[in-house]
Write a protein that binds this ligand. Structure first.
Ligand code: BGC
Length: 733
């Protein structure tokens, strides 16, 4: 009877499920159909507009008309295209034809945390919120294209622009970049993912020729771009300054035509980096659509000041003389028009908004979730803010603006809470004494000594010291245009930290940087907090973590080597980094970041994926659903996570996979999945992480394609790349 009842229930539900599935299928296909219809209608419109444009008008659309715009065709209602940096806020307005700011009063914005911080959250849902808020600000500022996000892989800690990127792991960067793009583009603003590709250093960036194997190219340096284009559907992409296999990336046959436009079927616009175009023929044939930043004739009273661009008059001459087919020009213009239909000509796009509560909340949430607690001896942190402690705050970064500087990503923030201000707000009962300790400005020897003396004397009498230093966005630090010159902290901070730690055992070092730094004082201080360039809410976020209002949950998106030569790019010497002035060889190949540390057993100072919290977690019942899989299957890893501490917290469960006895070179393990979960104190959650077996493929140079090697693999599950709770053997058949 019970069995019959169950059968009848399951029959009924089966019918219901069937009806529902048919309904869902119909809706999805209707949706797809209507999207296709819209696409078709737009293509028809574009085809008809093309016939109305003169050759001159089309050429003008393919290059700049000012520092940040390209021209439209007013007689036909084709709008101008307006672009702005990117990637963590909307840059202030610049003058029409030079690099000075225009000094408008309505271009103050919310500064969001830099992308290293976003990556450190390991939280794709937050990346979506980030994109949404940023897109709304871009839209409000009437931008059609946002010049970001940046997804160049973190290869060396010296790269001046690492802070604009999403770390050293292609899977992490790919996972985080897609929701960012979806978020921005829902405001009808195109993202322009940059810098495609291999722009992994600022040193000699305009001409260095990168030589890298196909495997490293496809496995390490391209995946985040591929995800941005295929899964994120970014409507534009920016070529990089450097060369790859002898050709500048802004007009590079392999990168732009063969891979981006042919293999990935990219239907958007390739925009050059500013001043990254070098040749007319290559620009015409090798995939570039809009040339930006090539200096104009500098006579802006002339009607066509940018005619001397490579895609200007000389392109026009070649079309008129019949040397170049007009269809090549038409392809570029059609792409630009399609971009306009997705942005400025999209009548449904929202108005956007700026500097509102929702945006500062997003900035704050990302900042707090991205901060990484690296060390916390004797659980010194969090510091109770109800007690009347004397707190010495030492270091220039406690007061220095970090939204300015750094190059093209610098911002004009409507509001920026400095760490000192944030601490004063959150530690109301404390007696906070501030001392600079060191200075990035040119000081005499005597002045420097006095700064140090003062800092040490206040450190001596304080209950706790917050040393807030690190890098800043000055030239040759974390800044565009030049790399860092050494791995140490600048301005004698290492020595200062050691002296402070000698007189006060409760020293907390808060590092503000977008890069790893050496830490000779690691064992002498009590706690270390890795903070990034956190934007408008910096001080509030740092103070909330220090007083425990927020339980830290960030994880390092890149390894911190103990010394520079422990980093793979540096291990191989000058030819590998920074190159010989002309060329560099990525000799470490696929072994970038933790792949190198793991495979070569070189212990880092702090490992990729590492980060502590104020609670503790225990992983148990870590299992895979099967022991063997075929090459089109999905591996399901499940585990239980218990919050065994006293406060609610978030943990990131990370799944790495390695191939045993591979026929090709392999990293010991590679990140293939992760999940961030929030668990109440004492709570227990079960999580599942799925990995499609085809994601275990290596790029097989022999067939120029991905190849899933059969045989034995190990799945590593843990909460950082160097803290694995369980290894599970599986076999692919
Ligand atoms: C940078 C780009 C930036 C552009 C416009 C270039 O120097 O490399 O990232 O978008 O300038 O400011």
């Amino acid at each position: 009877m019970i069995v019959n009842y169950m059968i009848s229930i399951s029959k009924k539900s089966l019918i219901k499920i069937l009806i529902l599935s048919v309904f869902i299928l119909c809706i999805t296909s209707l949706k797809a159909q209507s999207l296709n219809e819209i696409d078709k209608a737009i293509t028809i419109k574009i085809d008809s507009i093309i016939t109305l444009l003169t050759v001159e008008e089309k050429i003008a659309m393919c290059h700049a008309q000012s520092k940040f715009s390209s021209t439209g065709v007013p007689r036909l209602g084709v709008p101008e295209l307006w672009m702005s940096d990117g990637p963590h806020g909307i840059r202030a307005e610049m003058n029409w034809d030079n690099w000075n700011y225009a000094n408008w009063t309505n271009d103050y914005i919310t500064a969001f945390p830099a992308l290293t911080c976003l990556a450190a959250t390991f939280n794709p849902a937050l990346s979506k919120d980030y994109g949404v808020s940023l897109g709304e600000e871009a839209r409000y500022r009437k931008k059609d294209v946002l010049l970001g996000p940046g997804v160049n892989i973190y290869r060396t800690p010296l790269n001046g622009r690492n802070f604009e990127y999403m770390g050293e792991d292609p899977f992490l960067a790919s996972t985080m970049v897609v929701p960012y793009i979806h978020g921005v583009q829902q405001s009808g603003v195109a993202t322009c993912v940059k810098h495609y590709a291999l722009n992994n250093q600022e040193h000699s960036r305009g001409h260095i020729n990168v030589e890298v194997s196909d495997r490293a190219l496809h496995e390490i340096y391209l995946p985040a771009f591929k995800a941005a284009i295929i899964d994120g559907e970014s409507w534009s992409i920016m070529g990089a300054y450097n060369k790859f296999r002898g050709e500048h990336c802004c007009h590079n046959q392999i990168l732009l035509n063969d891979i981006l436009k042919d293999k990935w079927r990219f239907d958007g616009v390739v925009i050059s980096d500013w001043g990254g175009t070098h040749d007319t023929d290559q620009s015409i044939y090798n995939g570039l659509d809009i040339e930006m930043g090539t200096p104009s004739n500098n006579n802006i009273s002339k009607r066509f000041p940018y005619n001397n661009n490579f895609l200007g008059q000389s392109f026009l001459d070649k079309i008129i003389s019949g040397q170049v087919k007009e269809s090549i020009l038409d392809d570029k213009v059609k792409r630009i028009l399609r971009l306009m239909y997705r942005t400025s000509l999209n009548k449904d796009r929202p108005f956007g908004s700026i500097n509102n509560k929702a945006h500062s909340n997003t900035a704050y949430k990302v900042a707090t979730e991205g901060i990484v607690l690296l060390k916390n001896k004797n659980t010194l942190l969090p510091i109770d803010n109800s007690s009347d402690l004397t707190i010495a705050v030492i270091g220039e970064n406690a007061t220095k603006s970090m939204t300015t500087g750094g190059g093209s990503s610098e911002l004009k923030a409507a509001n920026e809470v400095s760490p000192l201000k944030g601490l004063r707000k959150r530690f109301k009962n404390a007696n906070i004494i501030y001392s600079l300790g060191y200075s990035s400005e040119n000081k005499t020897k005597k002045d420097k000594l006095n700064l140090k003396k003062e800092a040490i004397s206040i450190a001596k009498t304080a209950d706790v010291v917050f040393f807030i230093g690190g890098l800043n966005k000055n030239n040759s630090q974390d800044s565009e245009g030049a790399d860092r010159q050494h791995y140490n902290l600048p301005y004698n901070q290492d020595e200062l930290i050691e002296s402070i730690a000698k007189v006060n055992k409760n020293t907390v070092v808060v590092l503000i940087s977008g890069n790893a730094v050496s830490m000779p004082w690691r064992n002498k201080v009590m706690s270390i907090v890795q903070s990034w360039y956190l934007g408008s809410e910096a001080g509030n976020a740092i103070a909330s973590v220090l007083n425990g209002e927020v339980n830290p949950s960030g994880k390092l998106p890149f390894s911190f080597p103990k010394k520079l030569s422990d980093n793979a790019a540096h291990f191989y010497g000058k030819l590998s980094y920074p190159g010989n002035g002309e060329t560099q060889y990525y000799k470490e190949d696929i072994l970038v970041g933790y792949r190198w540390h793991d495979t070569k057993s070189i212990k880092p100072e702090f490992a990729f994926g590492y980060g502590m919290t104020y609670t503790s977690f225990k992983l148990s019942n870590i299992i895979s659903d099967k022991k063997t899989y075929n090459s089109v299957g999905t591996i399901k890893i499940s585990c239980k996570v218990k919050n065994t501490g006293d406060v609610t917290g978030k943990e990131v469960i990370q799944v790495y996979v390695g191939k045993k006895n591979s026929k090709v070179k392999r990293a010991l393990k590679e990140l293939k999945g992760f999940k961030k979960i929030s668990i109440l104190k004492g709570g227990l959650e079960k999580i599942e992480i799925k990995i499609a077996v085809d994601k275990l493929a290596f790029y097989d140079e022999k067939i120029s394609d991905w190849n899933v090697e059969k045989g034995d693999y190990i799945i590593y599950v843990g909460n950082s790349s160097d803290n694995i709770s369980k290894q599970i053997p599986i076999t692919i058949i």
